[in-house]
Design a protein. Structure first.
Length: 89
């Protein structure tokens, strides 16, 4: 009878350990990994934006224009100066 009780206790301890591992995975490990992946994606997204703006700005400075395709159309960016409008007196 004592051997049967020891076996039951061991099985229950094993079940508790497995449940603790499942909770640990669900609430600690998975959110950490997911957060890391989202951070890296966001970092790459913003780096891509910065690279695009830098390249467009360099092209405008060198050539005076930059064309950005939008579907079947294109947006043409030109270099220019902003002039201040003087108020009428």
């Amino acid at each position: 009878m004592a051997d049967k009780n020891k076996l039951v206790v061991r099985i229950l301890v094993l079940i508790i350990v497995l449940l603790l591992l499942a909770v640990l995975y669900a609430f600690v490990i998975r959110p950490t990994v997911t957060g890391y992946a989202i951070d890296k994606y966001t970092q790459g997204y913003y780096q891509g934006q910065a690279d695009l703006l830098s390249n467009v700005w360099t092209q405008i400075q060198q050539a005076g224009t930059a064309q950005i395709p939008v579907g079947e159309n294109q947006v043409l960016l030109l270099a220019g100066e902003i002039r201040q409008i003087q108020p009428a007196q």
